[in-house]
Design a protein around this ligand. Structure first.
Ligand code: CUK
Ligand code: CUA
Length: 763
């Protein structure tokens, strides 16, 4: 009684507050909601611009670096809904990444000098390009902490390869791709000796420490980097920073800026002023301008030397052959971004209030005329800043990164210190608009805004600090990505999204329709190599092979059982389990784990995955499917029996269930009734043009598959009934029912799909 009274109270109060006699909680008007939630017209407009109704999809897909998580965060725009985390340099349990043998092999490629490294500091993702435009095929990302690059295939959003930079000890200016993804650019950050395991004291900085820019050769057909065809352009011990590759007229060139051209060595503990003082003391640093095409030709002609087995184009060669030039940049610059037409290179000043717009034409003219203002201490020709500049624009404090609009000459620059985004015209050199962000923005991103064909529309501010924007969650705050509408002259802030997984640096956004990921693998595929998995088997071919103290299981997964359901091992055996998911239905992933053995696999339709462990403790260990894949998911399990040394069985046979003829008859009746339902669904499907819907065709094939399995079980229950073995008869009849349930589930899914997608009646 009391409870009821309490529940009606708010309604009474609402009426009393003047919300009107007709107001009820079930039917609030827009005005009511605005009032109750204290929303302005502007808020409503922002909501309307970002809201994606249930069942509808977003326009753009973002790949954001996951910073210290070593992963990639995938979300979509304008709703800012997170879609996936991709395990890259760090184990990711959901995807089995780092918990199954196939993905462990990928992580293992990232070992440096024999040391496994299971974390990374991802900074800059890059989407593969064709003629400077995003093609949606591959994704690359760097690890700043341990100089590495990873390759992700966008057909399945899985990490396929990790390469370790053979000569750097840290890096920053990767990953950036050349116009047709011929190379992936990776520049060093903190100088160090290029040779591995070589010690030189800091006093040898100028002579023995080096920077560099690595060009990783990408084989698009194989979807892999080819280390032996890759090379590094040796660079002075300046701190190389961001990079960008040219496009259009500048396609053969690439640009990497630098700071600490002072080559200062700090040492607070010795009474020296810190790096921050000595590295920003002078007025200018250097933009590295490189002809990578020529460098590649020189490497092919044998002009490189081998360091740690890797091609390094020596400084002298680059100078002599006209591969490397320098242009002064204002004080500790940061981002370097080539314009969509490839004619301009914009550098953010960081400690300078300007953005500097360099003209590629002017740089080329100076090089062709041999017009240099000086040489750096390593003999590299330096082009005068004035000779190379198109214009400089005063933007504000701490300009960092630049992104382009679809509108001609329009660029956006993040300003870290001012916590603002500036919109400006780089052709005319004037500021157009500014908007405040929250707070201390690092990178910013427009849609396909670093490609030859930017799409405009939206901008995301990747802010370093969130401070007071979200419900507090302790001293470590989430990151704040803010969505900004850039369609109109004035920018409009639309949405704040907290990102709870490391500090993203850069992100890239692609038109969602350019991505064409698959929904299933060809049965028996090792997704990490894209090759047939040697442990794959088809239905009915499952087996367990024991050789000495090694057990190899060739198993399968399909709703809702794991074959085999018992694995027997002797203590100390090495157990290898290969599992193939036989499903073809979309989203029917099965997971697999064995209690206490720290293995996990995500087995998507068609995939084959291996887990491996030493059964070093006798006992009973359930294994099970970790994805709620069907109503009988909880039954999708089995036992790993690890038998002690010298164990002998004492019992024969399992306890009986005691089924009778009546039980059997009841099950057979249930089967007949279910078949009638299936027949009616099949009747509907075949009465329409279902063959015009590939998704439905796949579902029908899967359902037919399930029904096909029935035959065997049916023969078994009938044979058992013939022998009056009601126990076996009833259990096999139940199995027929299980196949029916799965077929019916698929059939109903297909029916719903057809009804929702306008299937037409056929005669
Ligand atoms: S860096 Cu982080 S804000 Cu690694 Cu591109 Cu500039
Ligand atoms: Cu398969 Cu749960």
């Amino acid at each position: 009684m009391k409870c009821v009274a309490k529940r009606t109270l708010p309604l009474v109060m609402a009426a009393g507050l003047g919300l009107g006699a007709t107001a009820s909680w079930g039917a609030e008007s827009l005005q009511d909601v605005m009032k109750r939630r204290n929303l302005s017209q502007q808020d409503l407009l922002a909501a309307a611009k970002t809201y994606v109704p249930t069942g509808k999809r977003d326009e753009f897909v973002v790949f954001s670096s996951g910073g210290q998580s070593g992963q990639i965060i995938v979300y979509s725009i304008p709703s800012m809904r997170i879609l996936k985390y991709i395990g890259v340099f760090t184990p990711e349990p959901w995807q089995g990444y780092g918990f199954d043998e196939n993905s462990k092999a990928v992580l293992k490629q990232g070992a440096i000098d024999g040391k496994d490294i299971t974390w990374g500091d991802t900074h800059h993702p890059a989407i593969s390009e064709t003629q400077g435009k995003y093609d949606g095929q591959f994704l690359f990302i760097n690890d700043k902490a341990n100089p590495r690059i990873a390759v992700i295939d966008l057909r399945d959003f899985e990490t396929k390869q990790i390469v370790v930079n053979p000569v750097f000890k840290s890096e920053h200016g990767g990953a950036f791709v050349t116009e047709n993804t011929e190379y992936i650019v990776e520049a060093a950050q903190y100088p160090a000796p290029l040779e591995n395991r070589k010690f030189f004291p800091l006093e040898d900085m100028n002579e023995k420490y080096r920077g560099g820019i690595t060009y990783w050769k990408f084989d698009r057909k194989e979807g892999r980097i080819v280390a032996k065809d890759s090379f590094t352009i040796e660079a002075p011990p300046y701190w190389q920073d961001l990079s960008d590759a040219g496009k259009g007229p500048s396609r053969d060139w690439a640009f990497t800026n630098s700071f600490c051209a002072e080559r200062y060595v700090g040492g607070i503990e010795k009474g020296r002023p810190p790096y921050e003082a000595g590295c920003s003391a002078k007025d200018t640093d250097y933009l590295h301008v490189m002809n990578w095409k020529k460098a590649a030709e020189l490497v092919a002609a044998g002009k490189a030397k081998k360091i740690n087995g890797h091609n390094v184009l020596p400084l002298e060669v680059s100078v002599k052959e006209g591969v490397l030039f320098l242009v002064p940049e204002p004080k500790s610059p940061h981002g370097v971004d080539v314009s969509p037409d490839g004619k301009y290179i914009i550098v953010g000043g960081k400690l300078d209030t300007h953005a500097s717009v360099y003209s590629f034409d002017k740089i080329m003219a100076a090089i062709q005329a041999g017009k240099f203002e000086s040489k750096d201490p390593y003999g590299i020709p330096v082009i005068g800043m004035k000779e190379a500049l198109h214009t400089q624009v005063q933007l504000g404090l701490g300009p960092l990164h630049n992104q382009y609009d679809s509108k001609k000459c329009v660029v956006y620059t993040s300003m870290y210190v001012d916590s603002q985004v500036a919109k400006w015209d780089y052709c005319e050199g004037k500021v157009l608009d500014k908007i405040s962000v929250h707070y201390n923005i690092g990178h910013l991103m427009t849609m396909e805004g670093d490609s030859a064909d930017p799409k405009g529309r939206y901008l995301v501010a990747l802010n370093k600090l969130a401070i007071d924007r979200f419900v507090p969650v302790g001293p470590l705050h989430p990151q704040n990505h803010q969505l900004i509408d850039i369609t109109n002259d004035k920018m409009q802030l639309l949405y704040d999204m907290p990102l709870p997984l490391g500090e993203p640096h850069y992100a890239v956004a692609i038109d969602a329709t350019k991505l064409k990921p698959g929904v299933r693998y060809k049965v028996g595929t090792d997704s990490r190599t894209d090759k047939p998995h040697p442990g794959a088997v088809r239905a009915g071919e499952e087996k367990v092979v024991k050789k000495g103290n090694k057990i190899e299981v060739f198993g399968t997964l399909i709703r809702s059982h794991i074959t085999p359901e018992t694995i027997e091992a002797d203590v100390g055996d090495e157990v290898t389990i290969h599992l193939t998911n036989l499903e073809r239905a979309q989203d029917e992933t099965h997971g697999f784990t064995v209690s206490t053995y720290n293995v996990h696999a995500s087995v998507e339709p068609g995939k084959t995955v291996t887990v491996k462990f030493k059964a070093d403790k006798e006992g009973v260990y359930p294994y099970y499917c970790t994805e709620f894949c069907s109503a009988l998911h909880l039954e999708m399990m089995g036992y790993l029996l690890v038998k002690p040394k010298g164990w002998k069985p004492t019992k024969t046979g399992l306890a009986a269930q005691g089924y009778t003829e009546a039980d059997y008859k009841a099950t057979v009746k249930k089967v007949a009734e279910t078949q009638a339902v299936i027949d009616s669904v099949v009747g509907y499907i075949t009465s329409v043009n279902y063959k015009d819907f590939p998704d439905v065709v796949a579902m029908v094939e899967d359902a037919t598959d399930q029904l096909g399995k029935m035959k065997d079980a049916k023969a078994k229950h009938e044979a058992a009934a013939g022998k009056k073995d009601w126990e076996q008869a009833n259990l096999w009849a139940e199995q027929v029912f299980q196949y029916q349930v799965k077929a019916a589930d698929l059939g109903l899914r297909a029916k719903t799909y057809l009804e929702q997608n306008g299937a037409k009646k056929i005669k």
